[in-house]
Design a protein around this ligand. Structure first.
Ligand SMILES: *Cc1c(COP(=O)(O)O)cnc(C)c1O
Length: 497
């Protein structure tokens, strides 16, 4: 059955999946949502034993209904290949009786690779399907992780170019090194004098610059976005929840139909929303446990029904979850409002106007699938230390937030349901925080000494992504003022007017 997509703020206009992927965000500022969440058309038993790529096809074909079998399989096979350092793509590790679903075996050792390694292929296929002759130019502002994952995904993909702006003094040394060593003629990395907001604002202005759009069109180019609200990022994330259930079933860790809980360390609400979609497709999931760090706007929302971003922004050791506006939550709000775009648009307008909104009791009653809690910085580092001392397994800071919240959930409820925790980053990505949690003595060491020590005490190989940047040459040394972003973009694209 065909699935079409409409905006969470206007139900009138419907577009195909490929159009929604090309466009990213709807014109009215809303997010594209499927007109229904499709049910899986095979049983979990049938999926048990299938490869990641096979399950990806079974899931994604139900959403991307205007892609042919050949097109979709081609995208999947190009994405989930030897870029991942394990053949199974997303291995499951059992520790303390809980299942850690490791989503960090891709090119940049964080879970964003799961979607950003396939998005470029979905995008160029969408362009072809819609007879778009232009090359696609991805424009992104990053506070660190997304930029590198997008660069790695789009590097060398024919028919695309990617430009990433980052705050010159606002990312970690490792993150900067990862970006400025990026290979590929179609990649362009620029540090700006300013903070992340300046980069973000500049990028939004370029997206809305009509004159620039015309000049680009004349050269055969058009912008698109790799932002986490793109359904081309959401849909691939549903796959690993289906896969993890099938895998646990295959390995007889669970019985057919047995419910599991899922814990997700959450920032923008994209990853946990994918788990919610998986549940709605028929995967036997009981609770969706939403784990926040000290920026606990989502915990407060699940407690009170009031979303309120008016609060201090806290810098934590899990920076990819330091977020006060969880964009993808809008898709959940739309759903619990009974797929009512008008009602959702009102709440989102209140968020823009006042920084807050409150849902009705009726909507709140539909949040029973979720449990929210948060972990403090202290609880997070204690969790890393305890897990290491108990089992030898080393968690990254984001996954440790999830693990700590899961402990609170069990203490609160006594629930013994088997549980999968989404493990979103390799500990090698946040080495200093991780090693300091295990023993403060490590703070003396340099970044790469820490890498070697982590490998030794955890008995884990140093991932390629880290090995590479140790010696990689710097290929991008562009720095500009925020007022110069447009000129810099034009120069890279070869537009001289
Ligand atoms: C982006 C990210 C998250 C948060 O995921 P959302 O989909 O934004 O909720 C968690 N952990 C890591 C390591 C990330 O990079």
């Amino acid at each position: 059955m065909e699935v079409l997509y409409s905006s969470t703020r206007n139900g009138e206009r419907k577009v195909t999946a490929s159009r929604a992927i090309l466009q990213g965000l709807s014109e009215d500022g809303g997010l594209f949502v499927p007109d229904h969440i499709p049910a899986l058309d095979c049983t979990m038993k049938e999926l048990a034993g299938k490869t990641y790529q096979e399950i990806a096809y079974q899931v994604m074909k139900l959403y991307l209904t205007d892609f042919t079998e050949e097109e979709l399989k081609n995208c999947i096979n190009r994405a989930y290949d030897s870029k991942f350092d394990t053949e199974v793509i997303a291995p499951i590790v059992e520790a303390e009786g809980t299942y850690y679903l490791e989503l960090f075996h891709g090119a940049t050792i964080a879970f964003k690779d799961m979607a950003l390694s396939i998005l470029p292929h979905l995008m160029i296929t969408s362009a072809k399907k819609n007879h778009v002759k232009n090359d696609i130019v991805i424009l992104t502002a990053t506070s660190g992780d997304t930029g590198k994952a997008a660069l790695a995904g789009f590097a060398g993909v024919e028919g695309t170019k990617i430009i990433v702006f980052y705050p010159k003094n606002g990312v970690s040394p490792i993150q900067e090194k990862q970006m400025v060593t990026q290979k590929g003629d179609n990649t362009f990395v620029v540090g700006i004098h300013g903070n992340f907001d300046d980069a973000q604002t500049g990028v939004k202005m370029l997206f809305n610059d009509r004159e620039l759009a015309e000049e680009m069109a004349a050269t055969g180019l058009q912008f698109s976005s790799a932002n986490s609200i793109n359904i081309g990022r959401l849909v691939p994330q549903i796959v690993y929840y289906v896969y993890s259930y099938a895998k646990l079933l295959e390995e007889e860790k669970i019985t057919d139909g047995e419910k599991i809980n899922v814990v997700v360390p959450t920032g923008n609400f994209g990853n946990i929303l994918a788990a919610y979609y998986a549940k709605n497709m028929g995967v036997p999931i009981e609770k969706l446990i939403c784990a926040s760090n000290e920026n606990k706007v989502l915990f407060d929302f699940f407690e009170t029904g009031k979303y309120d971003r008016n609060r201090e922004f806290i810098l934590t050791s899990s920076p990819s979850m330091d977020i006060l506006i969880s964009s993808n939550l809008e898709r959940l709000i739309y759903r619990i409002a009974g797929d009512d775009a008008g009602k959702n648009a009102e709440l989102m307008a209140a968020l823009t106007r006042n920084g807050s909104y409150e849902i009705t009791e009726e909507m709140k009653a539909k949040l029973g699938d979720f449990y929210g809690n948060y972990a403090s910085e202290k609880e997070t580092s204690e969790r890393i230390k305890d897990m290491y001392e108990d089992t030898g397994y080393i968690l990254d800071t984001h996954t440790a937030v999830a693990s700590a919240v899961y402990k609170k959930y069990v203490a609160d409820t006594g629930d013994k349901t088997k549980t999968v925790i989404a493990s979103t980053a390799s500990p090698f990505k946040f080495t200093r925080s991780v090693m300091n949690a295990i023993d403060p003595k490590y703070d003396q060491m340099s970044d790469f000494e820490l890498v070697d020590e982590l490998s030794k005490i955890g008995n884990v190989e140093i991932p390629n992504a880290i090995e590479e940047i140790r010696t990689a040459p710097i290929l991008h040394d562009n720095v500009c003022d925020k007022t110069e972003m447009k000129a810099v973009v034009k120069r890279f694209l070869g537009i001289y007017t």
